[in-house]
Design a protein around this ligand. Sequence first.
Ligand code: ADP
Ligand code: MG
Length: 252
Amino acid sequence: MCRTISIFNMKGGVGKTTTAYNLAAGLADFCHQKVLLVDIDPQGNSSASFGIPIWDLELQIRDVLLRKASIQDTVISIRDNIDVVPSNIILAEDEIPISGLPGRELLLRKAIASIEDKYDYILIDCPPNIGVFSINALMASQEVLIPVDLSFLGLLGLRSIEKALDLIRTALDHPLKITGVLATRYDGRTNVSKEVLQSLKDTFSDKMFSTVIPENVKIKEAPSFSIPVYQHDEKGVGAKAYSSLVQEVICR
Ligand SMILES: Nc1ncnc2c1ncn2[C@@H]1O[C@H](COP(=O)(O)OP(=O)(O)O)[C@@H](O)[C@H]1O
Ligand SMILES: [Mg+2]
């Protein structure tokens, strides 16, 4: 059965896109899972990381949400086992019309229902807010993976995430399982990284992934070559960390 997982945090720069992209590639390339990555962030960063020319899209997630195209028609095949539904900034222009549609919270869920039997994993890369796009992503998912950067503001943002997930659970009556909380951008030279990591472990205990993603230049560089970190720096710490995350996600 297909697992649909939103990669969500209302803070930007925490590694949502980096995680969605490398997790999608790892699940497909190492574990032979059939993966669809849905990019529902108007920045289009996960689409661009796979080398999709985001300024020349004929169809994209916007057309799905506006019910102008079937999701199948927007899918771009990257390679064996990896498909992407792309987005770009034009999606942002349609936030208000999409927010006015009846059943606006369920547009993506309904679209995904028509293709989920083709995939083992559907990963959804969310924008850094709790607007109509993130709500669609969370309502279409059974699970949420929460990357948290190891900074003071990263820790502070956790209250807002809990509130957002409460809204989905109570107001919208959708139970969401937390796949895991992922510590990202760890810099062992700094006390703040160590302290925030400890605080996350104390708060989330077994919800924390044991994998910690390090701050690592190879992770940052990989999208500029349209390759995941495993290909860019096969034996490096970034590749090892994301491979270990792939195994943990599979086992949860
Ligand atoms: N572990 C990491 N090490 C180094 N740079 C990172 C790491 N994770 C993310 N980045 C970089 O930080 C920036 C923001 O990351 P991104 O994944 O786009 O965050 P988000 O999607 O949460 O906004 C990008 O330039 C990305 O390459
Ligand atoms: Mg992003």
